[in-house]
Design a protein around this ligand. Structure first.
Ligand code: F6R
Length: 608
C-alpha cells in the first residue's frame, strides 16, 4: 500500500513528483524516492517522511521532464534507503516503482542471482528492474510484457529505461493505477488525489493492462498485447473526498478495502492445490511446532478480540491449549510460561506499549514470541522472534476494521499451519477450510455489495442508549468486537455476552425495545442460540440476528436478519464482523459522531 506518481511532459518533473507524493502522504509511508531521466537515470531516496527527501533535494538541479516517484509503506524489508523505491538494475539502465507484492520474488531473485545480477535491497520489487535488464532488447514495452509474464502477485508498476527517455511504461494487476491526461504532458498515480491539481481527465487501468505514457499521448494494451480504446473518466470528487476514494470517512473506505487486503494477506501463503498453508516467514521447525504444549496470546482492544478468535481456532484445529490475555493484564499477572510455551502478540501498529511490554515479559521468561502485526519494522516486529505480517496497508480511522479481519486471517493461517504439522486434522478437512478461505474475500464482497438494509437498521436503532451483542463460541468473540466498534464510534453503551450466560444476571438489563444483536452462524449451536434469543425476546428486546444464508428458522425469533454467505463454520468470524462494522458505522453517522476520530481515543497507544 504505497503511493506511486509519474510525470512526462514539458515542465520540470521533480516539483510535480514531490507535490504528487505529498498528496499521497495520508497513505502513510516510511521512506520516499524519485527517479528522473535526463542523460541517464538519476535516483534520489530518503528514509522517513517526505520532508526529509525534500531536504535532500534542496538546492540540487535536475531539469528533467520525465520521472517517477514513490512513497513506501514497507512490506518486504524494513524502511531503509536501500529498500526505498525506485529500484534499479545492475547498471542503472532501468528503474521501477511498484505497489503490491510479487509473490514469487524469491525464486526469481535466486534465478537472477545465478546469472550474476547483484541485489542491494530486501524488497520483492527489486526483481522487476533486474528482469527488465534480463529481457530488454531495445523495446521497453516488450520487456515489461515479458516481465509481467514471469511474475505472480499484485502490482502497479511504472518503469523507465535510460535508452527510451520519451516514455514511461506502466502495468497493473490487483493494485490501482491511474493515468492523468494533460496537454502535451501526462501523469500517472496510484491514487486520484495525486493528479487533481493537474487534471481531472483520467484513464483507470484494469488488471492485465499495460500503458505507454509519453508527453504526446497514452496507449493502452490488453493482456494479449492488443491496443485498447479506453474511455476517459472525469473525476468529479473534491480533493478531500478523493483521499477517501469518494467515501465519506476513512472507516468506510477501510471497511470496503477488506476484500482486497484479505486477498493480500493470503497471497503466497497457500499452496496452489489448497492442501497446505505456506508460512515461509515462520522459522519454527516441525519439531518445535510438535513440541509446543501451550500457546499464550496477548494484545489490546480489537487485536485482543482477534486473539480470542485465535484461541478458538488454534484449540479446535491444532488441539493446543491457548490462554488469551489483555496485554496490560498479562504483563503484571506473572503468567506461568513453561518450556514448550509459545507466545503470540497481536498489534496493528506494532507500537502499543502494553503489548510490547507483554512481549518483553514473555522473553524474560524465555518464551519464543510470534508477532502478528501490520507495520513492518515496528518495535513489536523488531523484538519478536518471528513475524507474520498482515498486509492491511495503512489504517487511518481510529476504529480498526481491515486490520482486524487480516489479523483473523493470520490466526487461521497459523492454526492451519500448526494443524498440518501436528497432524491434528484430516488432510481433507484442512483442504476444505483452505478452499473456503480463498473464497472469504468474495464473501465479504457480496456483503458489501448491498448495505442498504444495514444502514436502514442502523437508522432505526440510532437513538438507543444501550445495546447488547450475544453469541456462542466463535460468534461470542465476534460479538465482543461488534460491541467495541459500536461503543467507540457511536458512544452508545454496548456490551457483549456469551448467550448462555445471560440468565446468570444480565437478563435483568433487558427491557422493552433494547436492541440485541444476536450472532447465530454456528450450525451446531443454532438451537441453543434460538433459545437464548427467545429469552431476550420474551423480555421485549428488539432482535437483529446475524445468520448464514439458508438459516431461515432465525426469522421466527428475530425482527431483523442480516445474512452472510455460507462458509465453513470455523471461518465465519471474518464475514460476520463486516455487518457489525457497518452497523456501528451507520449508527455513529446517524448520531452525528466524528467517526474517524472518536473522542478520547488515539490510533496508536504508545503509553501505558
Ligand atoms: C479499536 C482499536 C483498538 C486497538 C488497540 C490495539 O477499534 O483500534 O482497540 O485495537 O488499541 O492497537 P494495536 O493493534 O495497534 O496494538
Amino acid at each position: 500500500m504505497c503511493g506511486i506518481v509519474g510525470y512526462i511532459g514539458h515542465r520540470e518533473a521533480v516539483p510535480i513528483l514531490i507535490e504528487g507524493l505529498k498528496k499521497l502522504e495520508y497513505r502513510g509511508y516510511d521512506s520516499a524516492g524519485i527517479a528522473v531521466l535526463k542523460d541517464g537515470i538519476r535516483i534520489e531516496k530518503q528514509v522517513g517522511k517526505l520532508e526529509f527527501l525534500e531536504q535532500e533535494l534542496d538546492g540540487k538541479i535536475f531539469t528533467a521532464r520525465v520521472g517517477i516517484g514513490h512513497t513506501r509503506w514497507a512490506t518486504h524489508g524494513k524502511p531503509s534507503k536501500n529498500n526505498a523505491h525506485p529500484h534499479a538494475d545492475c547498471k542503472g539502465r532501468f528503474v521501477v516503482v511498484h505497489n503490491g507484492i510479487i509473490e514469487n520474488y524469491i525464486p526469481l531473485k535466486e534465478w537472477l542471482q545465478e546469472q550474476g545480477h547483484k541485489f542491494i535491497s530486501e524488497t520483492d520489487t527489486e526483481v522487476l528492474p533486474h528482469l527488465l535488464e534480463h529481457f530488454y532488447q531495445g523495446d521497453l514495452v516488450t520487456a515489461v510484457q515479458q516481465v509481467i509474464a514471469k511474475v505472480r502477485g499484485s502490482y502497479a508498476m511504472a518503469a523507465l529505461a535510460a535508452e527510451e527517455p520519451d516514455k514511461i511504461v506502466v502495468a497493473r494487476n490487483d493494485s490501482p493505477l491511474i493515468v492523468g491526461l494533460g496537454e502535451n504532458e501526462n501523469y500517472l498515480a496510484s491514487d486520484i488525489p495525486a493528479l487533481l491539481k493537474h487534471t481531472r481527465q483520467t484513464l483507470i487501468l484494469e488488471d492485465g493492462e499495460i500503458a505507454v505514457i509519453s508527453a504526446r499521448g497514452v496507449k493502452v494494451f490488453g493482456r494479449e498485447g492488443q491496443e485498447i480504446n479506453k474511455k476517459v473518466f472525469e473525476v468529479k470528487w473534491k480533493a478531500e473526498q478523493a483521499e477517501k476514494h469518494g467515501y465519506e470517512h476513512f472507516m468506510l473506505k477501510e471497511i470496503f478495502e477488506q476484500p482486497k487486503v484479505l486477498r493480500d494477506t493470503l497471497r503466497g501463503r497457500i499452496s496452489d492445490d489448497n492442501a497446505a498453508v505456506v508460512l515461509d516467514e515462520i522459522s519454527l521447525t516441525p519439531e518445535e511446532i510438535k513440541n509446543t504444549n501451550k500457546i499464550f496470546i496477548t494484545a489490546c482492544g480489537t487485536a485482543y478480540h482477534a486473539g480470542l478468535v485465535g484461541k478458538y481456532v488454534i484449540e479446535k484445529l491444532a488441539r493446543l491449549p491457548v490462554e488469551v490475555d489483555i496485554a496490560s493484564e498479562f504483563r503484571y499477572r506473572e503468567p506461568i510460561i513453561e518450556p514448550g510455551s509459545l507466545v503470540i502478540v497481536v498489534s496493528q501498529s506494532g507500537e502499543t506499549a502494553d503489548t510490547l511490554a507483554a512481549l518483553r515479559e514473555a522473553h524474560r521468561q524465555g518464551a519464543k514470541v510470534i508477532a502478528i502485526t501490520n507495520v513492518v519494522d515496528s518495535s513489536i516486529a523488531r523484538e519478536a522472534d518471528e513475524v507474520i505480517y498482515t498486509w492491511a496497508g495503512p489504517e487511518i480511522a481510529v476504529a480498526s476494521t481491515k486490520a482486524y479481519t487480516t489479523q483473523l486471517t493470520a490466526m487461521y493461517l497459523l492454526a492451519l499451519h500448526f494443524a498440518g504439522i501436528r497432524g491434528t486434522q484430516e488432510p481433507e478437512e484442512i483442504k476444505r477450510i483452505i478452499t473456503d478461505m480463498r473464497n472469504i474475500s468474495r464473501g465479504v464482497e457480496s456483503i458489501l455489495a448491498s448495505t442498504e438494509h444495514i444502514e436502514a437498521f442502523a437508522g432505526h436503532y440510532a437513538s438507543c442508549e444501550d445495546a447488547f451483542f450475544i453469541g456462542r463460541g466463535l460468534d461470542y468473540t465476534v460479538a465482543m468486537e461488534g460491541s467495541l466498534k459500536l461503543k467507540e464510534i457511536s458512544y452508545i453503551h454496548a456490551e457483549a455476552y456469551a448467550a448462555g450466560e445471560l440468565k446468570h444476571g444480565t437478563l435483568a438489563l433487558i427491557v422493552e425495545n433494547v436492541p440485541v444483536v444476536a450472532l447465530a452462524t454456528q450450525p451446531a449451536l443454532l438451537e441453543k442460540m434460538i433459545s437464548n434469543i427467545k429469552e431476550v425476546h420474551a423480555r421485549g428486546a428488539s432482535i437483529i440476528a446475524l445468520a448464514l444464508e439458508g438459516m431461515t428458522e432465525i426469522e421466527e425469533v428475530a425482527e431483523r436478519v442480516i445474512y452472510v454467505p455460507k462458509i465453513h463454520p470455523i471461518l465465519t468470524s471474518v464475514l460476520t464482523v463486516v455487518p457489525l462494522q457497518l452497523l456501528a458505522y451507520y449508527m455513529a453517522v446517524a448520531r452525528g459522531c466524528d467517526v474517524d476520530k472518536p473522542r478520547n481515543l488515539a490510533k496508536a497507544v504508545t503509553v501505558e
